[in-house]
Write a protein that binds this ligand. Structure first.
Ligand code: 8YV
Length: 313
């Protein structure tokens, strides 16, 4: 029997492509010079769509693949998938929660430590011989014991909070609802902003959080605050963030996510006090293998008529 056709929207590691190819006939959209022509040609053969957090799937893609009844997302964030369009077409959507939580929280702390302790600057200081020529580097900023405010205390936010406990931090959070946690709750990012030294964003993306960290929140930050975002660029009013970096109101920023990835606003690269990361928070071999395995498990379950391991509610 012919293997079902799988539309692969974005590049995946070879180990995933090898595993997927055993079960499906792969149609690699990311290799197509003309996406629309590729979808017109291969769409009728597609029975499932494998996409990625940042790439998603829109209604036009779904319409081009009328036989696809599942979209399996390699990533926890499904903000780039048109969920109402999937629902209207009876298409199941799955994602890869939990398996990436701890890595994303690690990256949040890596960016925090890199900015506060000026790790990239120190690295350059040694490499360029400045240390030997000029002596000790400037002093940096302490991390342990500081006040951290987390925007979005979901799975990833809680993992960040657990790490913050280990750093002896005073922890608060903002979110839609108060949670049963021993951390201070604030009704909005703007209410929390003036009360923290570290402003950490781990809210889910999507229409509900677009611009959640708005001008009011950024302008309310305590002078000298450190700003870290490991969620989605869309959560932040980026123009105001840039203005706050330019004016020096924010001491430093660690950013893994941006508007318009990967062609981000080049202004970010001009700030010496910003540490940039190319949307790599889940990017370890261990986690990416787990994400690929979970995506495949969802596809297998769908075609086996079994309950989906991680459907998107
Ligand atoms: C990406 C992510 O999916 O999980 C998410 O929502 O943003 C990431 O894990 C990852 O870059 C794979 O494309």
């Amino acid at each position: 029997m012919d293997k079902p056709g799988l539309l692969v929207v974005g590049v995946l590691p070879d180990w995933d492509l090898t595993a997927l190819a055993q079960r499906f006939t792969l149609h690699l959209l990311y290799e197509a010079p003309d996406r629309a022509a590729f979808l017109a040609q291969h769409g009728p053969a597609i029975r499932a769509i494998a996409t990625k957090g940042e790439l998603g799937a829109d209604a036009a893609m779904m319409d081009a693949c009328p036989g696809a009844k599942i979209i399996a997302c390699y990533g926890v964030g499904v903000d780039a998938i048109d969920l109402p369009a999937a629902l209207a077409r009876g298409i199941a959507v799955t994602n890869t929660p939990d398996v990436l939580t701890e890595d994303v929280a690690d990256m949040a702390f890596a960016l925090l430590l890199a900015t506060a302790r000026a790790i990239p600057e120190g690295d350059a200081y040694v490499r360029t011989g400045t240390w030997a020529r000029q002596g000790p580097m400037r002093l940096a900023t302490r991390v342990w014991g500081k006040r951290i405010g987390i925007v979005g205390l979901g799975r990833i936010g809680r993992a960040i909070a657990r790490r913050a406990e280990g750093f002896g931090m005073d922890i608060s959070y903002s979110g839609r609802t108060r949670k049963d946690v021993p951390y201070a709750f604030h009704a909005s990012p703007a209410a929390m902003a003036p009360l923290v030294d570290i402003f950490m964003i781990s809210a889910a993306g999507g229409a509900g959080t677009a611009g959640l960290v708005d001008r009011a929140a950024i302008e309310a930050l305590a002078p000298g605050a450190i700003f870290v975002n490991v969620s989605r660029g869309s959560v932040v009013d980026e123009a105001t963030l840039v203005a706050a970096l330019r004016s020096g109101r924010i001491a430093a920023a660690g950013l893994d996510v941006f508007h318009n990835e990967p062609a981000i606003d080049p202004v970010f690269a001009t700030f010496p006090n910003v540490v940039l990361s190319p949307h790599q928070a889940s990017g370890t071999v261990e986690t990416r293998k787990a994400m690929g395995a979970l995506m495949l498990a969802n596809l297998e379950a769908h075609f086996g008529g079994k309950p989906l391991p991680t459907p998107v509610a």
